[in-house]
Write a protein that binds this ligand. Sequence first.
Ligand code: ADP
Ligand code: ASP
Ligand code: MG
Length: 423
Amino acid sequence: MNSKKIIVQKFGGTSVADTDKIKNVARTILREQSFGNDVVVVVSAMGHTTDHLVKMAKEISPNPSGREMDMLLSTGEGISIALLAMAIQEAGGQAVSMNAMQVGIITENIHSKARIVDIKTDRIKRHLDEGKVVVIAGFQGVTPNGEVTTLGRGGSDTSAVALAAALEAARCDIYTDVEGVYTTDPRLVPTASRLDVVSYEEMLELARVGANVLHPRAVETAKMFKVPLRVRSSFKLDNLGTLIVGVEDMELQKPVTGVASDLSQLRIVVCDVPDVPGRAAQIFSKLADANISVDMIIQSYARKLENTNDIAFTIDKSDLDKTLKTLDNMKENIGASRFQVDENIAKVSIVGAGMIDRPGIAASMFDTLAEQNINIKMISTSEIKISCLVDELDADKAVIALHKAFNLNCDEIADVKGTLPDV
Ligand code: ADP
Ligand code: ASP
Ligand code: MG
């Protein structure tokens, strides 16, 4: 047993996009180890590998089985771990690569968005005790029956945080291609401001509404297990990036911390549902049984003459086929006349713990969208978030306008290209 601190480092796809970048990551890892720490590394698939794998699958089948999809997608991370372990060895270090089965990253028996339920740490610890860097495949898991699963797109962040929690790591550093968490996507708004700190609560909302710099479940897990989490640049190692902390440790200044948009959803309207008790329960429990997550929901005011109303809700685009099948199966039972699908939508959101008890924030958001002549199709709110559904074509314009209206711009231009550091 050694008493060194364990640091978990996670490197995303752009950080390992080619072999030079992999060599660079190996140096970053050995630098952390040279500070006297044990290092566990989680790595994503190289560059756009996962997208290419998805594309190939779709060329063969429009609706491939979940099991085979997970078998396919999990191969991307398999390439990165082996190459990275070789690069560490070549740079003079000791390393061993492990996939999720070898570690024992146990998930639920659900394909494409499984949740981690347990992580075995014994083999990892044994390798650490031998002085090795342990390089683990992100994004993948295994069910108790030995089936391969994946955690959802962007899920390597969650693998890293869950490992950090299981290993009681001193820190989990998420290395990526921007210098931290910004007030909005710096690729869309180059004058977005980098946040030195952001609360778990705000980061969770931002991640859920489209700020894909962190996977939502990674933030959820970090919050639950109080994992000290940092987002930082793979390319500028001296910059400490953004620290994610408990809201109680923060001084709230502005009402809005960040703006995000999400183009991954679509809207379904179930038309002319009889206005009687139990219909909504029927619809949403069947969707839940089919493992379909529903986000925004609106039920229209009942039409007195026909005694019907419409129920509209949003889901992930990838769940469309499953949802239509589920709805078709219960169409007679619920008495709806038809279903309408609106694919060209975007959800634009503002997030900030500072909006609690501050009236007028929603009105300012609606005013800003109105000034841009943007129509709002649905609205949903939580204590620290307001989301509006708008036309997909208005999404960027809405984010830029809201970012300005809530005073989030800074004078500097964010570096989103990344250059190789001197390690
Ligand atoms: P990785 O491959 O390292 O996991 P991702 O592409 O998943 O990287 O996430 C990093 C990207 O997230 C950035 O390049 C940036 O364009 C995007 N992004 C979206 N919203 C934000 C935000 N609020 N702050 C920082 N980056 C953001
Ligand atoms: N490779 C997976 C993806 O592209 C997981 C990840 O990068 O976090 O979604
Ligand atoms: Mg990512």
